[in-house]
Structures are given as C-alpha cells and as structure tokens.
Design a protein around this ligand. Sequence first.
Ligand code: HMG
Ligand code: MG
Length: 308
Amino acid sequence: MTAYDVAGLPERVTVYEVGPRDGLQNESAIVPVEAKAEFVRRLVAAGLPVVEATSFVHPRWVPQLADAADLMGLLGEQGRDLPVLVPNERGLDRALELGLRHVAIFGSATETFAQKNLNRSLDEQFAMFEPVVRRARDAGLDVRAYVSMCFGDPWEGAVPVEQVVATGRRLLDLGAGQLSLGDTIGVGTAGHVKALLAAFADASTPTERLAMHFHDTYGQALANAYAALECGITTFDASAGGLGGCPYAKSATGNLATEDLVWMLTGLGIDHGVDLDAVVATSTWMAGVLGRPSPSAVVRALAPAPPP
Ligand code: HMG
Ligand code: MG
C-alpha cells in the first residue's frame, strides 16, 4: 500500500491489543484455555507491542475468564509482561502471586455502570482502587486505568465531558500511569472525541498519558481514532478481528478491529510495527474457534477465501 503522510499526525502509534480480554470476555461458550494461550502467543508474534491477556475478576461475574490463572500458567515467563485487569485487592493478590508486572483497574464515569459492573457506587469505586494502585506501585508494577462510558451510557444517556475528566483525573491522581478512555457502547462521534480530549488538555493532562478505547457499535470507531490522532493521541486499544463487548453493558458490541486500525495507520505512513497478515491469519483462525466470521472489514477483505 502506498502511504500518504498527513502533516500534524503522530509518527508512531502503539496498538494496545485487548482481544484476549475484551474480545473474549463476552463470549458465552467457554473458549478452551489452550486456544486462548495460542491466541495470545500469535498476537505477540504478530508484533503487537502490548497484549492484554485476561482479567482477575470474580469468576462468577465473568465466567469466560475464570481460567485466568491457568492461562497465565500456560503462558509462563512471556505472560508476566502482559497486562491483566484487576478490579480490587483480591484481583491484585492473584496477579502478584503469579509474578505479573502490569495491571489495569477499570472505573466508570457513570453511577449506574459503576453499580452494574463493579457493585460499587461512583465514589466507592475509588476507595476500592486506591489500595490496588498503591500496593501495585509499591511492588514495582505498572498500572493502567480505564474509564468506561466516556461518551454515552445505556441507562443515563449522554455523559458530560466534565464528568469523564473528573473521573479520569481522580484515577490518575491515585497513581495510574496511563488512562484509557472507553467508548464502551460505541456511541461516540469524531467531534465528541475532540471535545473530550480538549477538556482533558484544559485539565492539564498530557496527551501521552491518554489512550483511546473505541467500540464499533455505530461504525464510528475508525473515524473516532482518526479524530484522536489529530489530537496527538499515540496509544489505541483494539481487538483482533473486532471481537468484543462488555457483559455488563448489553448494547456494547465489538471493539475497533486491530486490522482496521493497522490498515489506516499504514495508509497514513504511521509506524506501528504490526504484521497485518499475521493478525488477519490469527483472527481468521479465532473465527473458526468461535464458529462465526470476523466482523472486521479488513479481515473480510484480506482473509483467504474458503475452499469451494
Ligand atoms: P462483589 O460481589 O462486590 O465482591 O464484586 P466482594 O468484594 O463483595 O467479594 C465477594 C466475594 O467475591 C468474596 O468471596 C471475595 O473473595 C470474592 P467470599 O469471601 O464471599 O468467598 N472476590 C473475588 N474472587 C476472585 N477474584 C476477585 C474477587 N473479588 C472479590 N477479583 C467485583 C465486586 C469487582 C469483584 C465484581 O463486581 C467483578 O468481578 N466485576 C468485574 C466486571 C467485569 O469484569 N466487567 C468487564 C470488564 S470492564 C470492560 O469491559 C470495559 C473496558 O473494556 C473499557 C470500556 O470498554 O469502556 C475495560
Ligand atoms: Mg471495552
């Protein structure tokens, strides 16, 4: 593909792969742990610099990821460098027991989703996260923080940017290194992305501390990523094959597909270090494991045709 550089966009972007965690967490049929390990290994081998592996949440809340410790056991030393979600101290303890080095907490910008996803009020979630971040940092771990419902919430409607900035700032103030802004139900549009990032800039949040996490429910994820590139964002969460969703937000569908993002970045001449063909082959294989085709336009365009 010929690349056409656009002045003012970043030269390099980090693609933060969330397929094994966000991509699979919503699948109702349990994916065998060996297949999850192969999924992770293939994504790492495809050059994805970060692959979020799983979640140390309550197994009853997310049964698909109840095998988190087994998965990390299968991944061995390679797994220690892969981030995992931990909502509370119990989750952190489980990650520490396995010698993991990167964890992520996940907060909500809205009251209703905090209750539904974490069984905590908006304010109580910070009390739950505070010892997690403190203890993780004391142990030398790197901590990312997600904010969910940054654009809209299925129960509360549009979410004011000030509310998102206030939530995000509180998570950064706890000591999180990076803040990933989630459009959990995929209702954001490009102008809204710019307004939200302008509000974070007004609150003196350095752009390099922010990542964007788009779901593609309304087909806006790539346009939103482009808008964020124009604002200088250099970390984008994406899920191989466009898998994904949140079990506690019924209108959430797949994440921005890694392949769609990589195709756009390549066309813009932005370095990403990802082997697109290898990710497409991985997503095609995973579509076989799940028994349905990938929703990603780029996977559909590039995947080898099935035999006649
Ligand atoms: P709770 O029921 O309030 O937990 O759930 P609790 O603190 O009252 O503890 C109750 C029992 O659970 C205790 O056991 C704990 O030990 C146990 P007991 O003493 O009764 O025998 N327990 C645990 N066990 C294993 N691992 C743990 C754990 N914690 C407690 N970590 C909790 C609170 C936070 C645990 C629960 O609400 C939960 O697990 N929620 C997770 C929901 C989730 O994973 N959602 C999807 C991820 S978020 C997302 O997808 C959005 C994102 O992609 C960004 C975006 O798109 O916006 C990140
Ligand atoms: Mg998500």
